[in-house]
Write a new protein. Structure first.
Length: 144
């Protein structure tokens, strides 16, 4: 996955890629709010947002393009596969956090629970759409 970069540890290379990506996103005017290392070796994440409404999708697509281009400068190929390594590793899939004004108001927990109940009704359909090719075999959510 990574070409040799003499004199640098893997952790240093990873953090340099993450920092280059973050700075490039800010320079491009994207709304990014952080990045951090994860559990699996060479696994990093970054946060896009907060963004209003549909702008989130655009910000995510452009940030991913920038990530691939930044990684090229370090001789690294990025994968967005939800389960890139076999074994007992956490999954690596994206997730979305959202809230509404009603969720942040009084009785917000009740509103959140109602939203969860509505989402539960189509959970299997949503999971299929997460990995439509079935490549990951649903493994991402199981940590195995």
């Amino acid at each position: 996955m990574v070409t040799h970069l003499a004199g640098q540890s893997r952790a240093t290379l990873d953090s340099k890629i993450s920092e280059a990506h973050y700075k490039a996103c800010l320079y491009a005017g994207l709304c990014v709010s952080g990045s951090n290392a994860e559990v699996m070796p060479a696994q990093w994440e970054y946060q896009v947002g907060p963004c209003p409404g549909i702008a989130m999708g655009d910000e995510l697509w452009v940030s991913r393009y920038i990530l691939h281009r930044a990684a090229e400068d370090f001789g690294v190929i990025v994968t967005l596969d939800p389960k890139p390594m076999p074994g007992d590793w956490n999954g690596a899939g994206g997730h979305c956090n959202f809230s509404t004004s009603r969720m942040k108001a009084d009785n917000g927990m009740k509103v959140m629970e109602e939203a969860i109940q509505r989402l539960e009704k189509r959970h299997k359909e949503h999971i299929i759409l997460y990995d439509p090719s079935g490549v990951s075999g649903g493994e991402r959510g199981r940590g195995r």
